[in-house]
Design a protein around this ligand. Sequence first.
Ligand SMILES: Nc1ncnc2c1ncn2[C@@H]1O[C@H](COP(=O)(O)OP(=O)(O)OP(=O)(O)O)[C@@H](O)[C@H]1O
Length: 913
Amino acid sequence: MEEEGKDTSPKCPYTITVRRNPPRKAKKTPSTNAPPSSKSTYFKPKDIRPYPIDDILKCDVSQAPTPVPVAPPENLESIRVFLRVRPIDIRKFSTKNSDVAAKGARSKLKGVSPKRDLKKTARKKEVCLCVTDSQSVTLAPPADMQDTRRVKTEVYDGFNHVFDSDSQQKDVYEKVMDPLVCDFIAGKSGMIAAMGPTGSGKTHTVFGSAREPGILPLALRKIFNSSGNNCSSELAGSYYISIFEIYSERGKGEKIVDLSLDGTDLSSQQSTIKCQQVLVTNVAEAESLIARGMLKRTTAMTNSNTQSSRSQCIINIIATQKTFDRKVEIVLNGPVLSIVDLAGAERSQKTGNQGTRLLESNFINNTSMVFAQCLRSLLEHQKNPKKQLQKHFQNSLLTKYLRDYLEGKKRMTLILTVKPGEDDYVDTSHLLRQASPYMKIKFSTVEEPSTLAYPKRAVEKLPRIEQPKRRKLREPDASEIDEAKIVNSEHPILKKERILKQLQQHEPLNVKKDLHKILHSEKACCTELAGTKRREQILLNFSKALWNVLKQYKQKLEVVEDSALGSGAAKIYQEKCTIYKVQNLEVEVSDECSPVKDLKVEDHQVIMSGISFLGIWVSTMMSVVEDSPLGSVAAEIDNEKSTIFKVQNLEVEVSDERSPVKDLKLEDHQVEVSDECSPVKDLKLEDHQVEVSVECSPVNDLKLEDHQDVEDSPLGSGAAEIDQEKCTIFKVQSLEVVSDERSPVKDLKLEDHQVNSALTQSMNQEFKAFIGKENAGNDIENLKHVDIKDKSPNQDIAGAGLGLSVLLASSPHSKVLSVTALHEETVSETLANNITESEQECCSPLKSVNVQKPRRRLLPASSLLLKELNTLDLEVENEEPKGGRGGKKFTEERIMSKGGVSLLRLLKSNVRS
Ligand SMILES: Nc1ncnc2c1ncn2[C@@H]1O[C@H](COP(=O)(O)OP(=O)(O)OP(=O)(O)O)[C@@H](O)[C@H]1O
């Protein structure tokens, strides 16, 4: 059976069923029935007690009083509605001047279709509205309308009064306005509004003319002549008048224009409309104010009216009451009499308005419609209270302002103005059908406080309070000031004495007062004294703390100075120094362990290129001199047994494997030192050239030929000891090297020299590394290959003619160092000399010294630069004391060439960096 329900038809294999919405299980609707019996799955509470409905019902509850229907207030009155019919032909009422003016204005009519005007003049004058009696009128449609539209004659009855076309202004006033004025004078507010189509005579009825004043002027006359009429005047105050209009320019937002003396635009919010209220004391002032306001009112010419009002005009007459409350005059707002001249509804077909006039017509019609809606809603609400009162008043400023009247809270009177002509049938019919029901509207006669935006006045005239006259204080004399100071600064002891005297004089009252003052002043003094002491203590502690800090700082400074002075520099200059002096390349070595302390290069030109650097060269030289006496114990150098190598224009090459110096060659002012085990292996001097070769001793071979100026020093095993100061001085002209025991080179000075160097960045780094490690010991591991040669500025290092070349190779500290130094003074002397031969003896500290003719010649240009090198001033670390042994002051001023200047600048900048 179950399979029968299934769909057994073959399905298409390519059909895919997509279920977008998954099936939902419908929830059960909550059942209002009782839950099922025991079979039900609902939870059945067991412990809940039954609701005590019976007990509640047994309770006696006082029944609330049934609402009694509110009885309509007895003091309700129906709104008064009057109807005034304008004369059908107003020409007879208008003067010639006005007609002329109207014709002239019409010719300049703007925004009005002229065709309508012509048609209007062509129409014959027939009446459609007839006054039946004083309270009713009969409106008969034109004949053509009766045929086409089947419009029948209508009778409108129930008006308070109907004024025919022959009625006068005074009649209107007496029947329409006078009761309002009497109520106003009696203290009741009221409002009268003129309604009707354009040109029907609203403005004429309200304001009138000079000859025929309207209800407003007549009311003012009555108000100010109230003493002459029958109305009982309870007012004893004055009157204020405000006049303003609500206008919409070009259909934009409504605005309120104050038409009083200095009328300005007011706020458009109804609740904050606060027009200027002008105080008027007599009729003339009031009429003048009204006349000026009417001149400011916005009017325009239309086909229906030569001077059509384009705004809603409101005039308020405010009475004030004066009362006195305990000599205070209080001015309270009294009743308000409002006269509203509405702008007449217009039909564009009839008026022919265009443009601005048409926009104004829309605003006017809209306001009239809202006004009518409010009254209709009030009427319907009063007929059927269940029908809520619509808040149509919110749709226009006028109705907002007149809200109380439109809601039946205040007395209101309507005067309808119509035109009886056939042409005006539609407008008249519309107004009568619209406004005739208003006669049934009721309003409360109970006077309520005014809710209009009238500011309350309460002019309080405060009784004059006599204030003490301000006396002009003159500056006191000096004598008076001193006396006052003396009196005020009386000492407490004196005061006490005075008090005692007063006590003796039996003045207890004054004494008590003075005693109290004294005690008070004493307390103040004690408090002030305690504060002063506390401040002093704080300052004292602070000064002590500051003194301790300064003491500690001073001690630290002394420690630092001692450590700085006592560690190295002072000892160096006092005891152990090795000075190598060579004329123009003078080297002084003075030390026990490290022969080189200072190195000075004077009156030389040094040109460095490649990776060589002067500092490294100096360090190598220093290490050479330092290591040379370290080869054996007997290598100590004595003062007396010092060996002075004086070579002019030397070139020294030092080469060593283990020690920093292996070869020292002096060829053509060149010294070469070569050694394997000792710092100096070979020293050869050939024609200003010295080669020193030392294997086990500081100097193995030393050969001096020709200009040999080298003393045989006892550099052998035992005889090589050198005396006390143990210095070896190599004097080379303008080259002085001083070395110390621990720091191979303490001072390096290159003064009055020019150095032209082409240093690479690596050279600077090596130099900086060397400077940084200089004081640390003799470690020159960073030095691998340094080649320094002195040459002319524009020559390559290989082209150096004369100089000092130090070659250091296979040294644990440095590998190759080559230095070439040149000196101009020895050039001429050493040109012919050449040191070519060198002898090497392994066991002898100085085996052979060959001095030969110089191999190279120094070019004139380079010699000049070498002169300029004398101006070189290079200081590295410890400066040699000027008063030292080898301290030749280099204060000579020499003229330097451009190349020299640039070389000096470059070398200085690199040294500083
Ligand atoms: N009862 C009357 N007796 C003589 N002339 C009248 C009367 N009513 C109106 N007029 C004349 O009719 C013309 C138009 O009247 P009025 O300006 O008062 O009309 P309106 O209703 O105020 O028109 P709008 O709404 O356009 O301002 C005026 O020249 C006025 O003098």
